[in-house]
Design a protein around this ligand. Structure first.
Ligand SMILES: Nc1ncnc2c1ncn2[C@@H]1O[C@H](COP(=O)(O)OP(=O)(O)OP(=O)(O)O)[C@@H](O)[C@H]1O
Ligand SMILES: [Mg+2]
Length: 355
């Protein structure tokens, strides 16, 4: 190969579909979680026969497919029937009963929510949902500030399955006993992936994201090793994207070991990064958004890192959610072509200078 063959031409990219490496992308298949998805489906099944469903609590560490497995089951449910309404709420972004009912109203396409109280909105939603059955997924449930909404749903919706997702199962003890005694959930414990499974998942994403044979085997293995050490698929996806960009930056047609090394070095010691100085990091995030409003979350993270940001993606994501709650920024889920979705971040209602 001639020396110029290695260089990328203008506008040429190693990425076939970079969105496939975004954290909010939902792939068509969720391998290695078949059993878990089957159990979730089993809890929903009675709803098909006009009976009440089983409730579930999903527990497990970060980045191991809890959210994506649930969203996938909801997607399949939506394709299968119109008689069971799927509702998904992230309780970090919607952390009060009021915000949660607003999100539910939006999902059942009830638009006249202005000037209505929480209880009025629940009555309206119950009326709509009780014509059918419903599956509710409340993700990051431990971040909800109150659980009144759960009590109301348990009491007022006749046929339902409620699924709570958390990586802090101990929060359950903080819930009111009136709720616990009505919920009686089955617990599904998501275990971390084995190395071969992690490898399979990342390989699948590579096929979505990159053109054929772009990544060298050793480079890929290095990323798999690090992702396995961190026990986190999300970090693996992040490293793949970083390595791809590092290769592009040096105009290489292939992702080589040095690119993977670059990406791995960015992960560092994640425990320490989680504890980085909060305010300083928030300022850096706001700075990154100021100049890049409307960009994808992954790109903003990259900008943030470029400014010396210390947080890992998970902690960064948490801050983003908090900033969105406080309306400094807006987040918007967009469709990323035929096979996935991602989040776009924009400036919010409050001025960045208030920061
Ligand atoms: N079995 C799988 N197949 C394909 N992609 C997966 C699989 N498991 C995880 N992923 C991907 O890994 C990333 C992290 O997964 P997910 O968001 O579901 O983690 P989580 O368990 O909900 O983590 P957290 O507790 O931090 O919210 C996502 O981009 C997801 O698409
Ligand atoms: Mg999750």
């Amino acid at each position: 190969m001639g020396v110029f063959d290695k260089l990328l031409k203008d506008g040429e990219s190693l990425f076939k579909n970079e969105i496939a490496l975004d954290f909010s992308f939902i792939p068509k298949l969720i391998p290695y979680r078949e059993n878990e998805q089957f159990r979730i489906a089993g809890a929903i099944r009675p709803l098909f026969n006009s009976r009440n469903g089983q409730n579930i609590i999903i527990v497990g560490k970060q980045g191991i497919g809890k959210t994506v497995a649930c969203r996938h089951v909801l997607q399949e449910l939506e394709e299968k029937t119109d008689e069971i309404v799927p509702i998904y709420v992230n309780c970090w972004q919607n952390n009060t009963s009021f915000k949660i009912i607003l999100s539910i109203c939006e999902q059942v396409e009830f638009k006249f929510t202005q000037n209505k109280r929480t209880d009025e909105l629940f009555t309206i939603a119950a009326k709509i949902l009780n014509k059918k059955a419903a599956v509710f997924v409340f993700d990051e449930i431990d971040k909800a500030e109150d659980f009144d909404f759960l009590y109301t749903l348990l009491e007022d919706i006749y046929r339902k399955t409620i699924i709570l997702i958390t990586n802090h199962p101990e929060f359950i003890t903080t819930m009111d006993s009136r709720i616990r005694s009505r919920l009686v959930p089955e617990v599904i414990d998501f275990k971390p992936y084995a190395k071969e499974e992690l490898k399979g998942i990342l390989k699948q994403r590579i096929e979505y994201a990159f053109f054929d044979d772009v990544i060298e085997q050793d480079a890929f293995n290095m990323i798999v090793e690090k992702a396995f050490e961190l026990k986190d698929v999300r970090q693996g996806l992040f490293m793949l994207k970083e390595a791809g960009r590092a290769a592009e930056n040096r105009a290489s047609r292939r992702i080589e070991v040095k690119d993977a090394e670059n990406a791995v070095a960015k992960m560092g010691n994640t425990e320490v990064k989680e504890e980085a100085n909060g305010e300083e990091e928030t300022k850096r995030i706001m700075d990154a958004i100021k100049n890049n409003s409307g960009e994808k979350i992954g790109d903003i993270f990259k900008q943030y890192q470029g400014k010396g940001g210390l947080l890992n993606y998970k902690a960064f994501n948490r801050k983003i959610k908090k900033l969105a709650d406080e309306r400094y920024i807006k987040t918007e889920l967009i469709s990323g072509g035929s096979d996935g979705r991602t989040t776009i971040i924009k400036k919010g209602e409050k001025k960045l200078t208030e920061f």
